[in-house]
Ligand binder design. Structure first.
Ligand code: NAD
Length: 466
């Protein structure tokens, strides 16, 4: 079986890759276990693993333009975004975790005088990561960095549509001197390759990034099989909360709202897709937001001027348009966008859309649209803003726009989300954990030293002294 990789920009065939079935997965996990047990990687001094990962970061830097081009072609992401965000973010991640390799430490608890106890973190052995298509290289790097730094052998399953940057990364790992079989890429679809990984008894930990529905299925499979440790980074419906003084941020406010809503054509887990604005400034914010949305350049992804590329495929376009049309049919108004833009035949491009007067019961306010669509709702009080922000099953990210320290802290504490940014819309840098709450996430964060909880298990050694 094979999988055609098709350009979201124009429907061109870019590549054909194999679909790895359950037997392939079993063969690879057995081989990965052999590589792990041999100690060629797990048995190295952490400083030696760090050196190899630093060489990998250098090689990613050398091939940055190739990698940007692969993600642009496979995912239809604007080339400017791949160059500015995805590839530098991936390099930074590998470098950060390389540097962290020998900074992990256990603990010596305060036991009785006749006991020495210590804890340490050990790798699982064979681990797997299942990736989404919207940040192909960056998500691969978030997993490769800590999984390899900890000494594991990692199997990566890229998203069906976007395997080529992960394949390139695996080639660079070999060139960097990381032994063969330490990181391998198994291409394929979810029901075949992904499901086989979720069920494989040799895999000790599986880190998934993708939709909440798939995360649930993986958790069920793990529960039925070897109870592997599962970490889930899933969808979101993140609010951007503008208190009454938010316009004091000037252009930074509108720039932040636009980037949060429309980066990667809104196909972003942390997309700030719900703007909640104090009623006193709602009219001005809507006017400026609509103007900025209309000014965004929708175009072919290989044009450096493009800000909004195609959506991933026709099914996604149909789903996004149905969500917009449904909301409009129930009384909403599109003050920007609202439909498709002709760019290239064979691709589907949707104009950045701003919806106002949305029915409070409309599903678009609670389901992840995963497209260039943002809704605006007004509120009267701080408590009402917090209640609206929390009126979803997700809990990935949020932003609060106010210069009042008191309001910022009360709202940041009141919102149920894994990361809340103030005066910006940000996922933070490598030093801070990133992970969702509620139906956005489960089982451990990405980035920072917290990520090692996904890829290591704790052991206690308890020594009775004579
Ligand atoms: P998806 O769930 O459709 O697919 C993700 C991966 O899971 C793919 O590799 C797919 O092949 C695999 N898969 C599908 N069915 C499977 C099964 N039954 N068993 C095992 N694996 C299976 O998601 P997507 O459309 O690729 O990505 C978009 C979603 O990812 C959005 O919901 C987005 O919010 C989310 N996302 C979350 C984060 C985060 O960090 N929280 C980051 C990026 C994307």
């Amino acid at each position: 079986m094979s999988l055609d990789i098709v350009s979201p920009a124009d429907g061109r065939l870019l590549a054909t890759v194999p679909v790895h079935g359950a037997e392939d997965v079993a063969r690879h996990t057995a081989d990965a276990q052999r590589v792990f047990d041999s100690g060629v990687w797990s048995g190295l001094a952490p400083r030696e693993r760090a050196a190899a990962l630093l060489r990998l970061a250098d090689l990613l830097e050398r091939d940055a333009e190739t990698l940007a081009w692969l993600d642009m072609e496979d995912a239809g992401k604007p080339i400017a975004e791949c160059r500015a965000n995805d590839v530098p973010g991936a390099i930074e991640s590998i470098r950060w975790f390389a540097e962290a390799t020998d900074k992990l430490a256990g603990a010596v608890p305060a036991t009785a005088p006749d006991i020495l106890a210590f804890t340490e973190r050990e790798p699982f052995g064979v681990v797997a990561a299942i990736l989404p298509w919207n940040y192909p290289l960056a998500m691969a790097a978030w997993k490769v960095g800590p999984a390899l730094a900890a000494g594991n052998c990692l199997i990566l399953k890229p998203a069906d549509a976007t395997p080529r940057s992960a394949l390139h990364l695996a080639g660079l790992a070999l060139e960097a001197g990381i032994p063969e079989g330490v990181v391998r890429v198994l291409t394929g679809d979810g029901p075949t390759t992904g499901a086989a990984l979720a069920a494989d008894p040799r895999i000790g930990a599986l880190s998934f990034t993708g939709s909440t529905a798939t995360g649930r299925a993986i958790l069920e499979t793990a529960a039925r099989t070897n109870l592997k440790r599962v970490s889930l980074e899933m969808g979101g419906k993140s609010p951007q909360i503008l208190l009454a003084d938010a316009l004091d941020f000037g252009d930074a406010l509108i720039d932040g709202l636009i980037e949060a809503a429309f980066l990667t054509a809104g196909q972003n887990c942390t997309a700030g897709s719900r703007i909640l604005v104090h009623e006193s400034i709602a009219a001005e914010v809507v006017g400026r937001l609509a103007g900025a949305a209309r000014a965004l350049v929708v175009g072919r992804p290989d044009d450096p001027a493009t800000q909004i590329g195609p959506v991933i495929n026709a099914a996604a376009a149909d789903r996004i348009l149905a969500a917009i049309d449904g909301a409009v049919a129930r009384g909403a108004t599109a003050v920007a966008g609202g439909g498709e833009v002709e760019v290239l035949a064979g691709g589907r491009y949707i104009a950045p859309t701003v919806l106002v007067d949305v029915d409070p019961a409309d599903p678009i306010l609670r389901t992840e649209v995963f497209g260039p669509v943002v809704t605006v709702q007004a509120f009267a009080t701080r408590d009402e803003a917090i209640a609206l922000a929390n009126d979803v099953e997700y809990g990935l990210a949020a932003s609060v726009w106010t210069k009042s320290l008191d309001d910022a802290i009360v709202v940041a504490r009141g919102v149920r989300a894994g990361i809340v940014s103030v005066g910006a819309y940000s996922e933070g840098d490598m030093t801070v954990p990133f992970g969702g709450w509620q139906q956005s996430g489960f089982g451990g964060a990405e980035k920072s030293l917290a990520a090692f909880h996904q890829w290591t298990r704790e052991k206690t050694v308890w020594i009775q002294l004579g």
